[in-house]
Design a protein around this ligand. Structure first.
Ligand code: NAD
Length: 717
């Protein structure tokens, strides 16, 4: 190298043969991000490459572990002026355009992950070589934050791999491993290490002194045809309506991405790029992207960084985990824990029952083998980590034991005592109860300060959340350990105080119950289900009630009634409860598991609403508007979440929002239950809640905290 300059974030090194090595390496950061600090020196470097006739080729790489993980989200989040967003996208695209038109070969040497703007930078290079590191990811995931690739991604990718192939990548925000990216034609070559990558890059430059991007080639033909080709015209006839049917029009990014690709497919490249900037600007200033970025980026990152984890405790890792009860939940917990590399002891009343729980892991591994994600040898190693047993002695040496036996205080107390007789005095004991207060369960423990609730969701291997519940005596050290375990298995922890229904079950119940109340009032069941889905919930309230089983909610209702009586309080039931009693007790239709609930579940074919439902819940002539029903379903949940926050059942806005999306599927485009109120406007929410309360009952009265906030103009932060 005969010349080295380190202009802040971009290192420019030119060797004797005129090959420039451009290294993205932002000082003081562990990762490169796309912001002015990076783009300014990048633009300078590009200008130099253009001007210097001595430059024969360029290799663009990164000095960090990853190549470039994307744009500066903070800056985009703060933008409220669409013109500025348009300019931002145009400026970045301008650099990229100059890079690919500089007349010299430019190779992206991808030493690690390239996502979003990072991949768009690579797409503007003439050739892409990546190290075959199974951890590296490539993709355009902007849609997950309600945005679209604004750096030319929606124009280069379809021209590179075709319209049909590029759509799922951008509409689902799929992240590809190196092999997959090569298969899709996004990356040209894979190498085993950096040295080989650099050698290949030099060789390519030597062999291709005057490369032209496919879309700048006069003879360019769209792979698979442009938007007017018969196959694509057919796709465009159905794809938008299919996407809308799925998303209910709640995600404008989907429409905008398709518009970029469709319109880009009938105009020239530069016009397509300008169109993309306009659609990008439209999304940047949209409420949906603000909701999604605020919650699914900033708040989720804060949780992952340990915002709710008490400070001052060293990070703990569970090496040996005990699980009591190998039923549906215990089996799932065993799988996710063994997957994270822990030694697992799975205990049930009999070895056969425990083995059955272990077989659940074997089943999941077999599926993974079929999909090529696991090998038979890997399955063997995985299963060797799980010991199925009925013998408590095997729990010796466990750092953590999670109880998932029947939901019965006496059974839980007995297994707690038996376990504590064996496990180390320092071990943590956790219960996965869904309804029983942790403080009460901890009474069976000789070490209540080491007793905690870890509330998993079903199916455990798919659901991303764990609700950590603090008993009265649970120590901060125990909370820290519980938090670390949840992160060890790759899930997101939220911290919740001990109270009836904890946070998620309590708030989720209001959705279901409101659906049942609507049914009782004579609203058409199909309109109710549609209202839930239109509002952004994954499943309608009647179908979801069938899934969680009505006999369970009847049991919870009866227990709550008893508990209230024992505490000398009056229990005011939800109007929806009558529907549960009728369905379970009188009509014997407890839900999906029994094959009959609000729906019929034929052995083959799709479920359908029980044809006789109208006999018991006659449809009234007065049908409400869909919007009225949507408001009732959403206000019920958001208001309850606000009450939980007010009562400090859940303590941070981040935990409340993320818990609502990850725990019970609260509309992600709204950014979670509290962000729904922010976006609606706290003052307007209070007004509308009072209206609903006057019409439908006091359950809609706005939470006290909302009245206080609206009086001083505050929002949830
Ligand atoms: P399940 O009935 O599928 O499994 C319970 C298991 O515990 C059975 O295999 C049973 O043999 C075993 N068991 C019972 N008594 C035992 C004893 N004395 N010693 C050892 N093993 C014993 O139940 P599940 O759905 O897995 O639920 C387990 C716990 O998790 C319950 O407390 C439940 O409330 C809670 N939970 C369930 C869900 C859910 O969606 N199913 C969600 C969150 C929490």
């Amino acid at each position: 190298m005969n010349e080295i300059t380190h202009s802040t974030a971009v290192k420019f090194e030119q060797d004797a043969e005129g090959i420039v090595l451009l290294t993205l390496d932002m000082p003081g950061r562990s990762m490169n991000v796309l912001n002015d600090e990076l783009t300014r020196p990048l633009a300078e470097a590009i200008a130099r490459i253009e001007a210097d006739t001595g430059v024969k080729g360029v290799i663009l790489t990164s000095g960090k572990k990853q190549f470039l993980a994307g744009a500066d989200i903070e800056k985009i989040f703060a933008m409220t002026d669409p013109r500025l967003a348009y300019e931002l996208a145009q400026t970045y695209k301008g650099f990229l355009r100059r890079l690919e038109l500089c007349g010299k070969p430019v190779v992206a040497a991808l030493n690690g992950t390239a996502l979003g703007g990072g991949l768009e930078l690579a797409l503007a290079c003439h050739y892409r070589i990546a190290i075959n590191d199974p951890k590296a990811k490539f993709g355009l995931p902007e849609v997950k934050l309600g945005l679209l690739p604004g750096g030319g991604g929606t124009q280069r990718l379809p021209r590179l791999i075709g319209i049909q192939a590029c759509l799922p990548l951008m509409l689902e925000g799929k992240e590809l491993r190196p092999e997959q990216a090569k298969q899709q034609g996004i990356i040209h070559e894979l190498t085993k290490d950096r040295e080989e990558m650099m050698a290949r890059a030099r060789a390519w430059i030597a062999a291709n002194p005057k490369p032209v991007q496919p879309w700048d080639d006069k003879k360019f033909k769209w792979p698979g045809g442009d938007s007017r080709s018969p196959a694509n015209a057919q796709l465009w006839a159905v794809a938008p309506s299919m996407a809308d049917a799925k998303s209910q029009g709640n995600y404008p990014a989907l429409t905008n991405i398709m518009s970029c690709v469709f319109e880009g497919g009938i105009v020239d490249f530069d016009t397509g790029c300008r169109l993309e900037s306009r659609y990008f600007a439209n999304l940047v200033v949209s409420q949906v992207s603000k909701n999604m970025i605020g919650t699914l980026w900033f708040q989720l990152n804060a949780i992952n960084k340990g915002k709710s984890r008490p400070e001052g405790f060293e990070k703990a890792a569970v090496k040996k985990l005990g699980i009591l009860g190998a039923g549906m939940m215990g089996a799932g917990i065993a799988y996710v824990s063994a997957k994270a590399g822990m030694e697992v002891v799975l205990l049930d009343s009999t070895v056969e029952a425990a083995e059955k729980g272990k077989a659940y892991s074997a089943g999941l591994l077999d599926k993974a083998i079929k999909k090529g994600r696991e090998t038979p040898a890997g399955k063997g190693v995985f299963l060797d980590r799980i010991k199925a047993t009925a013998d408590y002695q095997h729990l010796e040496g466990c750092d953590l034991v999670i109880e998932a036996v029947f939901e019965d205080r006496a059974v839980k107390a007995e297994v707690t005592r038996k376990t504590e007789a064996v496990i180390p005095a320092t071990a943590t004991f956790a219960s996965n109860t869904s309804t029983l207060p942790i403080t009460g369960l901890a009474k069976a423990s000789a070490r209540p300060e080491q007793f905690i609730g870890l509330h998993f969701f079903s199916p455990v291997d798919k659901m991303p959340l764990v609700e950590i519940i603090l008993g009265e005596k649970t120590s901060q050290a125990t909370l820290a350990k519980g938090f670390d375990y949840v992160q060890q298995i790759g899930k997101t922890p939220i911290v919740v105080r001990d109270s009836r229904g904890f946070y998620t079950s309590r708030s989720f119940a209001t959705y279901v119950m409101e659906g049942l109340a609507l049914l009782q009032e004579g609203q058409h069941p199909r309109s109710i289900e549609a209202a839930g889905i239109q509002a952004g919930m994954p499943v309608g309230p009647l179908a979801v009630h069938d899934e969680v089983s009505m006999s369970l909610s009847l049991h919870v209702m009866e227990q709550t009634r008893k508990d209230f009586a024992a505490e000398g309080k009056t229990y005011v039931g939800h109007p929806g409860e009558r529907a549960v009693v009728l369905m379970v007790k009188e009509l014997d239709r407890p839900g999906k598991k029994a094959g009959k609930g609000f729906y019929e579940y034929p052995p083959v074919g799709q479920k359908f609403i029980w044809p006789e439902l109208g006999k018991y819940f006659p449809v009234s002539k007065e049908q409400m508007s869909q919007q009225e029903m949507m408001d009732r379903l959403m206000f019920a949940q958001a208001n309850e979440a606000a009450r939980c926050y007010e009562e400090k059942v859940v303590m941070t806005v981040a935990d409340t929002n993320i818990g609502s999306i990850f725990g019970w599927g609260f509309a992600p485009h709204q950014g979670g239950a509290l962000q729904y109120i922010n976006a609606y406007g706290v003052i307007e929410f209070v007004k509308r809640a009072e209206e609903l309360a006057a019409k439908y009952g006091p359950r809609f009265k706005p939470a006290k905290i909302l009245l206080e906030m609206s009086a001083v103009g505050k929002t949830f932060q």
